[in-house]
Design a protein around this ligand. Structure first.
Ligand SMILES: C[C@@](CO)(OP(=O)(O)O)[C@H](O)COP(=O)(O)OP(=O)(O)OC[C@H]1O[C@@H](n2ccc(N)nc2=O)[C@H](O)[C@@H]1O
Ligand SMILES: Nc1ncnc2c1ncn2[C@@H]1O[C@H](COP(=O)(O)OP(=O)(O)O)[C@@H](O)[C@H]1O
Length: 300
């Protein structure tokens, strides 16, 4: 049996995000296009033969190492669902900013689920692992699937689509985080004026119509987060003034991403934004190892 498994846990952005309605359980039905990006954590998992403990370590001191860490919960759940009689050591090399709208916690949980399945050579289908992932959070099934999808339902009904081709993006995370629960909780569906056109975005991605992709960027959760944190709107304007062709907040925020024509323009804007926001990263879209041209964790 393999001694340790290492998984790259990629972050995501939302190219569109629509909320269709509120459900009776308090959750919301969504329709959104999710795209993985090159920025990733590195999650290493090994089996503990001596006990049943989950021993989690990470490179950042403020990240919880107990059952409030989604990666920890994922390991507990895998043990329970598949009757695994051993513990696990999990190490997270953290690069994705926390509480940022980039699915940092969800992707670590997804990496633990797929990592344990591989480590233990479990004969399971991806769909079963996604069902386990949904018990942790709405974004976890997508993080297991990867690439680019239209996500519906809570975010777990996944329709894979052709991914956005290699695009240079600058991510800027303000120096605060937001709670996804609070953002959905403060959403007033009747106040939403601009809704995404999911099919128009799918067609623009498929046909590689860059300018149409940019004009179709739309996230209804901006109505909540930008109202509460005007700084997010200011970052969008700053990115445009520094050369971004299109800008949008990812997920519930507060991270903003901007599209850049080439790496040089992205680097110029990055230099300017980094003076105010140390958590800013040049990244690319990510559609799997084969099509990807490098290994960037956001080191620019
Ligand atoms: C907004 C999005 C967009 O991709 O991402 P993030 O900004 O979190 O990255 C997702 O919908 C977030 O997914 P995720 O962060 O996994 O959500 P969960 O942990 O399952 O839920 C956190 C809270 O958000 C609310 N929630 C979440 C998903 C959903 N479809 N409807 C909801 O109302 C619920 O109040 C829930 O208690
Ligand atoms: N492995 C993890 N990485 C990041 N955050 C985590 C992790 N486990 C639990 N969390 C918690 O989950 C919350 C949401 O973080 P994160 O998943 O990064 O944000 P988002 O859902 O906005 O993408 C934070 O309060 C954070 O403390």
């Amino acid at each position: 049996m393999t001694a340790a498994v290492t998984v790259k846990a990629h972050a995501k952005i939302n190219l569109t995000l629509d909320v269709i309605g509120k459900r009776t359980d308090g959750y919301h039905d969504v329709e959104m296009i999710m795209q993985q990006i090159s920025l990733h954590d590195v999650v290493t998992i090994s089996q503990r033969h001596e006990d049943l403990a989950i021993n989690l370590t990470s490179t950042v001191s403020h990240l919880p190492t107990d059952s409030t860490n989604l990666a920890y919960r994922a390991a507990m759940l895998m043990r329970e669902v598949y009757g695994i009689q051993s513990g696990f050591n999990i190490h997270i090399e953290k690069h994705i900013p926390v509480a940022a709208g980039l699915a940092g916690g969800s992707t670590d949980a997804a990496a633990v689920i797929t990592g344990i399945a591989k480590l233990m050579a479990l004969p399971v289908e991806t769909a079963s692992l996604e069902a386990v992932g949904l018990k942790i959070g709405a974004d976890v099934p997508f993080c297991i699937r990867g690439g680019c999808v239209i996500a519906r339902g809570l975010g777990e009904i996944l329709e894979p689509i052709k991914g956005l081709e290699y695009v240079w993006l600058l991510l800027v995370k303000p120096n605060f985080g937001v709670s996804t629960k609070e953002v959905y909780g403060n959403l007033d569906l009747s106040a939403i004026k601009a809704k995404p056109n999911t099919q128009a975005m799918v067609a623009a991605i498929r046909d590689n119509q860059r300018m149409t992709v940019i004009s179709e960027l739309c996230n209804v959760l901006e109505t909540v987060t930008i109202k509460r944190y005007p700084e997010v709107g200011m970052i969008k304007k700053q990115l445009v003034s520094f050369g971004a062709e299109g800008v949008l907040m990812s997920g519930s925020g507060p991270t903003v991403f901007g599209f850049f024509k080439d790496l040089n323009r992205a680097k110029l804007a990055h230099k300017k934004m980094k003076r105010f926001y140390h958590q800013s990263y040049i990244v690319t879209t990510y559609n799997g190892e084969i099509s990807h041209k490098g290994d960037m964790k956001g080191e620019f």
